[in-house]
Ligand binder design. Structure first.
Ligand SMILES: NC(=O)c1ccc[n+]([C@@H]2O[C@H](COP(=O)([O-])OP(=O)(O)OC[C@H]3O[C@@H](n4cnc5c(N)ncnc54)[C@H](OP(=O)(O)O)[C@@H]3O)[C@@H](O)[C@H]2O)c1
Length: 273
């Protein structure tokens, strides 16, 4: 299998192998990046991460013991980055390319703490199964070869969209970063409503979960828009139409979702440093 990862020359350094960093690492290895080309900086590595050392991945080596560094990927919590970021300077300085997936952390603040040419990216949790969507924005110091490297590293966990305007990242965070939680809430509420309509809880939970999962997969595979897929299951005067009249009413989902995304966008702006 060839993909952009095979074209990366040098070592990839991952700082922080938690949920999202670990998902990225799994994606890289699954897509053929040689474990010997990966270094993980992580004070408390999980057993899974330790096991990778047996395949040649290096854990917490000194920066001077790593050859050519292609990229430093920062997947720390933003609070941890403020403390641990300066220690990453030797990696960032040698890599020149720094890919940060830290929510609400601007390109300028990453560059200020650890230096390097920064790509800021916002992935989401379906990354854990290789089905995330990531939006990325590059500092104007990032060259085209570095952008290609960043793209290949991010594409290992799903699709990637690039934007030119960093200020869009707050709305991106509100739509795709936080979005999986809205979908899970929909599954919870559909199950609850099923119970209220008389179904046993276990059955309602299963119906809601599989309906969300199956519809998501259908949306993923279909060329049709979400609106067309919806219209295809709505006969005039039927049961779906009765429900959609409520959901699409004046105080329905459009209003709620607009308010929810606006609230998350505002919060992302407040948290950004
Ligand atoms: N999860 C998401 O849905 C999501 C989506 C978009 C963006 N992000 C971003 O991804 C980043 C990581 O989130 P996460 O959910 O993966 O968090 P997480 O599971 O807590 O991962 C952070 C990892 O960094 C490690 N760490 C702490 N201090 C360190 C240091 N000094 N040097 C190296 N590693 C250190 C942590 O180790 P300890 O556990 O030992 O502290 C942990 O394994 C965050 O900035 C978040 O904003 C997450």
């Amino acid at each position: 299998m060839t993909n952009g990862l095979q074209n990366i020359s040098g070592t990839v350094v991952l700082a922080g192998a938690g949920k999202m960093g670990g998902a990225m690492l799994s994606g890289w290895l699954a897509q053929g990046l040689d474990a010997r080309r990966v270094v993980v900086i992580e004070p408390q590595p999980s057993n899974d991460i330790r096991a990778l050392a047996a395949r040649g991945m290096r854990l917490n080596p000194s920066p001077k013991d790593i050859g050519n560094i292609a990229a430093l990927v920062v997947a720390l919590k933003p609070q941890a980055f403020r403390e641990a970021g300066p220690a990453l300077k030797p990696f960032a300085g040698r890599a020149a390319l720094v890919v940060s997936i830290m929510a609400g952390t601007t390109i300028a603040s990453v560059a200020e703490v650890c230096g390097g040419n920064v790509v800021r990216a916002m992935p989401n949790t379906p990354a854990a199964i290789g089905r995330g969507i990531t939006v990325a924005v590059a500092a104007n110091t990032v060259g085209s070869a570095q952008r290609t490297t960043a793209d290949a590293l991010l594409r290992a966990i799903g699709s990637v969209e690039w934007v030119e305007d960093e200020s869009l990242m707050d709305a991106v965070t509100a739509v795709s970063g936080s979005g999986p939680a809205y979908v899970f809430l929909l599954a919870e509420e559909l199950a609850r409503a099923g119970v209220a309509a008389g179904l046993p809880e276990a059955l309602a939970t299963k119906l809601a979960r599989e309906t969300l999962a199956g519809s998501g997969e259908l949306l993923h595979r279909s060329d049709l828009s979400a609106a067309s897929l919806r219209q295809n299951v709505t006969s005039p005067g039927g049961t779906t139409a009765a429900a959609l009249e409520v959901l699409m009413g004046a105080d329905g989902l459009e209003l709620l979702m607009t308010r929810a995304v606006a609230a998350a966008t505002r919060r992302s702006r407040e948290l950004a440093k």
